[in-house]
Design a protein around this ligand. Structure first.
Ligand code: ATP
Length: 273
């Protein structure tokens, strides 16, 4: 699977890590710095992301959480002047390497945004759009993937009788679960969620939270959230960012009950941010 991420055959030494790969981790981040022009938004962070776990990124506005999240599937490439250095190792490849096929990468490392952004197409069409583009044309196969993805996103029962109706007729919470289903259809290994439920009502938020916990059986999930209760409810590991630095990264229970760094304690107890 990994070789499909390469643009072309190259000498492996150009992208191999200098640090041994830890197999229980899905991603190993080493000395990652991210710049917008001259401004450094992420200051040389290192962390390992666990497989089949939920990792929450927390911290005050502007501390670099979304910048870091977007670097993991190279979404920052779309921002003029943005650049990253260091390593984000995925299996044995550095995601930041120029040799990475970014389209293939974004299938394996999918992203869901804060505001639900379904295409102005049918529910069915939202899920099959990228699949058709990637060469899957057979109706029976498409039907199967649509059902499986909607089941996994806990939306199937609510929409199975109106698959060919517009996705825009769904509620905000349903639209967000459709966006998650659309990501699932691409068979990712990692899902990046940027405040996925902050625009939703409390009931939809609870459904999305339940879904995230369910999904970690099959995927490794990294979520940016401003909601401390959400981070403590659904994540296994929590990373606290401040001014582009990774201040503390530990088991969520430890971060929320007995953090090692005073700034973390001040932030989670609401004394700033
Ligand atoms: N497209 C951009 N161009 C220039 N600077 C940017 C851009 N996006 C973010 N920044 C800057 O990078 C820094 C980190 O921003 P980022 O959005 O990653 O923070 P954040 O922790 O996700 O914030 P929030 O919680 O408000 O979403 C900030 O100083 C921000 O102004």
């Amino acid at each position: 699977m990994v070789t499909t991420l390469l643009e072309k055959e190259i000498g492996e030494q150009t992208i191999q890590s200098t640090v041994p790969l830890q197999m229980e981790h899905i991603l190993n981040v080493h000395d990652l710095e991210i710049f917008y022009g001259e401004k450094r938004a992420v200051n040389g962070i290192s962390m390992d992301i666990e497989k089949n776990a939920v990792t929450a990124l927390i911290g005050p506005s502007g501390c670099g959480k979304s910048t870091f999240l977007r670097s993991i599937n190279r979404m920052n490439d779309l921002i003029p002047g943005a650049r990253a250095q260091g390593e984000i190792m995925y299996e044995d490849l550095n995601i930041l390497s120029e040799q990475i096929n970014v389209v293939a990468l974004r299938k394996e490392i999918g992203m869901v945004f804060q505001k639900p952004n379904p295409f102005p197409k049918s529910i069915y069409g939202n899920i099959t759009h990228a699949l058709k583009f990637s060469g899957i044309k057979k109706k029976s196969q498409l039907d199967e993937i649509v059902e499986e993805s909607l089941q996994k996103a806990a939306l199937w029962d609510e929409v199975k009788d109106r698959l060919h109706k517009s996705a825009l007729s769904l509620s905000g919470g349903q639209q967000q679960r459709l966006c998650i289903a659309r990501t699932i259809a691409m068979k990712p290994t990692v899902m990046l969620l940027d405040e996925p439920s902050s625009a939703l009502d409390p009931i939809s938020n609870a459904k999305v939270e339940d879904l995230i916990v369910e999904l970690k059986k099959d995927y490794s999930i990294i979520i940016v959230t401003h909601n401390m209760q959400q981070a403590s409810r659904i994540s296994d590991k929590t990373a606290f960012f401040l001014s582009g630095d990774l201040v503390e990264y530990d088991a969520t229970e430890k971060i929320f009950t007995n953090p090692s760094v005073k700034k973390t304690e001040e932030y989670i107890s609401g004394r700033f941010g």
